[in-house]
Design a binder for this molecule. Structure first.
Ligand SMILES: Cc1cc2nc3c(=O)[nH]c(=O)nc-3n(C[C@H](O)[C@H](O)[C@H](O)COP(=O)(O)OP(=O)(O)OC[C@H]3O[C@@H](n4cnc5c(N)ncnc54)[C@H](O)[C@@H]3O)c2cc1C
Length: 93
């Protein structure tokens, strides 16, 4: 399941990169991607942390570092709540 989520995320990003290179206006799509990709990454890393059990919660293990990094991605580069506002405005809501 995690591998599938990551593959879908990559395919979505590749599509957006191609469209950006082609000069398309992608504010809604990029905001959707920032929000969805970071929340998907959190889900994937959360599953990985669970797999490691108690070790997954120890700072010495890279999975915990990945967990922290995935969590802050909801906040930086524009909080995901802000991405939701941008997307809803772009949809005319
Ligand atoms: C590790 C890290 C690196 C960073 N690097 C950079 C950088 O290189 N360059 C740069 O310019 N900035 C950088 N930032 C800043 C980052 O872009 C801001 O932290 C981010 O935009 C959120 O702003 P804020 O921290 O002021 O939170 P706020 O905007 O005060 O938000 C606080 C909380 O309220 C929520 N919230 C805010 N507005 C709404 C709303 N309208 N509706 C509902 N909820 C809302 C947010 O989701 C968040 O949970 C970095 C931040 C971090 C943590």
């Amino acid at each position: 399941m995690c591998a599938t989520q990551v593959e879908v995320g990559r395919a979505f990003l590749d599509k957006l990169v191609s469209e950006h290179i082609a000069g398309k206006f992608l504010v809604k799509e990029c905001s959707t991607a920032k929000m969805w990709q970071t929340e998907m990454a959190q889900e994937v890393v959360d599953t990985c942390l669970q797999f490691f059990g108690g070790y997954g919660y120890m700072l010495e293990y890279s999975v915990y570092r990945a967990f922290m990094d995935a969590r802050v991605a909801h906040i930086f580069a524009g909080a995901n709540e802000t991405m939701r506002i941008i997307v809803s405005k772009q949809m005319g809501l």
